[in-house]
Design a protein around this ligand. Structure first.
Ligand SMILES: Cc1ncc(COP(=O)(O)O)c(C=O)c1O
Length: 493
């Protein structure tokens, strides 16, 4: 549970001994003396109590004798800069936030202002540096080498894939997946609309046409209902897609059984954009192991990272060999430089693959930590109405890569955008959820198939918020976010 400043409340009826004990138990270094009407009368520190003892007062005396002292406080509207200025001026480390009636709404702690809380930052383990050093020692500073080979193999072992190619990014993996399916100019690709633009950009690289598919409210990912509709329409118009590109978001898989059943029935291959679902399970099987090809990302904000990087996986060894070929400028095996088709510089460096090998070893811990962060938010805000967490259907094991929720402004008292701005002001980074592709100027005019009478992902975009979720967040930091959110609810009452 979050550190609750109400546990620091004490009244004049308490004894000096009680105050010492409470200070000791709470470890907060400050108590809040509250009058009969619940208003803050003054603060009490260890030093205040010791001065009373030096003045010949006894431990069994009550706090009645404590002199009146107007406490330094701050109004709830004040931002972090103002609060820090007051603390600096008064040379104090804690500052009660008090409303017009003198009631305490929160307690600022200087330590909370010293560091910003970011959305999702890299979290290294203990082995990464060793693999990187080995690359330096052996001078394998190249887009190939032993770390690359080992990372591909170890990734396959960890996630149950047959073959993998380590690449410079997740976007590169998606692009190569489309090339492997021989996507051509004018071909159609059915894509999740609710995703990061990197899912769909590679469709544009090939001058193909994205048709955008809405989300399922049960998973926030591609709606099988909208997908079926898109296929029925394609059949009628005779414009079948070359591929279906399914994005799995925020650590949770799409509902793959119905999606695969539909795509198999129409004989269209599936590419899984599993950039955000390294370690996620769908019905016990890894996300990315359902379609023909999968793409993963190790970008700096992901659950495990190589600072930048990606992986393409596929059961067919020839396809993965061809992906490697295309990723190395499609250079033909000749002593001179021979090229017959367009290629790319997409391979992962041997140094970064070393980071990836270390990160793979801590993947399970990172998942457990991210899930624990989510659970702490859920429990700490359980009594606050209007916050709805991203659902985790019974078939899903989400890594909770990002803790995401929607805010019902009427119940919560403010909308997601206002909450984001308010938290930003307190040094806490949150983000809106992805803006759907069909709302992006880049995809203006693209065909879009909704899940039902209203667009699900429009609503998610209007109300969604991603909270700080890093596996390296401390409990104290998560509690700080919880407290700040709770404070906003009190304010908007
Ligand atoms: C859903 C999704 N797809 C694709 C990507 C692209 O991955 P990368 O940044 O490694 O190119 C990302 C992340 O950045 C993503 O979140």
């Amino acid at each position: 549970m979050p550190k609750d400043f109400r546990k620091l409340f004490i009244t004049r009826a308490a004894r000096i001994r009680d105050a010492f004990e409470l200070l000791d138990r709470s470890g907060a270094g400050i108590l809040l003396l509250i009058d009969g009407k619940g208003r803050l009368e003054r603060t009490i520190t260890d030093g205040d109590l010791r001065r009373e003892l030096l003045a010949e007062r006894r431990l069994e005396d009550t706090l009645e004798m404590l002199p009146q002292r107007t406490p330094r406080t701050i109004a709830p509207e004040a931002g972090s800069v103002e609060a820090l200025a007051v603390m600096d001026e008064a040379n104090i480390n804690q500052l009660p936030v008090v409303d017009d009636y003198g009631k305490v709404l929160a307690l600022h702690d200087r330590r909370d202002f010293d560091s910003r809380i970011l959305l999702s930052t890299p979290h290294m383990g203990k082995d990464e540096f060793g693999f990187v050093q080995e690359a330096f020692r052996t001078n394998w500073i190249a887009p190939l080498g032993p770390n690359v080979d080992a990372f591909e193999q170890e990734f396959c072992e960890k996630l149950g894939h047959k073959h993998a190619a380590a690449l410079s990014s997740g976007t590169a993996a998606i692009h190569l997946a489309l090339r492997l399916l021989d996507l051509r100019q004018g071909d159609i690709v059915f894509c999740s609309s609710f995703t990061f633009v990197a899912t769909v950009n590679p469709v544009l690289y090939e001058k193909a046409i994205p048709v955008l598919i809405d989300s399922d409210p049960a998973s926030w990912n591609m709606s099988p209902v909208a997908l079926e509709r898109a296929f029925e329409n394609a059949k009628r118009s005779g414009k079948m897609p070359k591929a279906v590109l399914v994005a799995h978001l925020y650590g949770q898989s799409a509902d793959m059984d119905p999606i695969m059943a539909i795509c198999d029935a129409y004989g269209v291959p599936v590419i899984e954009d599993a950039a955000e679902t390294v370690g996620t399970l769908y019905k016990g099987k890894p996300s990315g192991s359902f379609g023909r090809i999968a793409a993963y990302s190790f970008n700096g904000n992901k659950i495990i990272t190589t600072s930048g990087g990606g992986m393409l996986t596929c059961d067919d060894p020839d396809s993965v060999a061809r992906a490697r070929h295309l990723a190395t400028q499609a250079r033909e095996p000749a002593p001179h430089y021979e090229h017959t088709e367009i290629g790319y510089n997409y391979r992962m460096s041997n140094i970064l693959a070393g980071v990836g090998r270390g990160q793979l070893r801590v993947l399970d811990q990172r998942i457990a930590s991210r899930r624990a962060v989510f659970e702490r938010y859920r429990d700490g805000l359980a009594d606050i109405g209007g916050i709805n967490w991203m659902p985790e259907p019974e078939w899903s094991f989400s890594t909770r890569w990002l803790t995401t929720c929607t805010i019902n402004a009427e119940i919560f008292g403010m909308d997601a955008a206002s909450l984001r701005e308010a938290l930003q002001d307190q040094g806490i980074e949150t983000r809106p959820v992805w803006k759907p592709m069909h709302l992006q100027p880049l995809f203006k005019g693209a065909e879009y198939f909704q899940h039902g009478s209203a667009s699900v992902c429009d609503e998610l975009f209007a109300t969604g918020l991603c909270l700080p979720s890093g596996s390296n967040l401390t409990d104290r930091e998560v509690d700080r976010v919880i407290e700040r959110i709770r404070e906003k609810v009190c304010l908007s009452d």
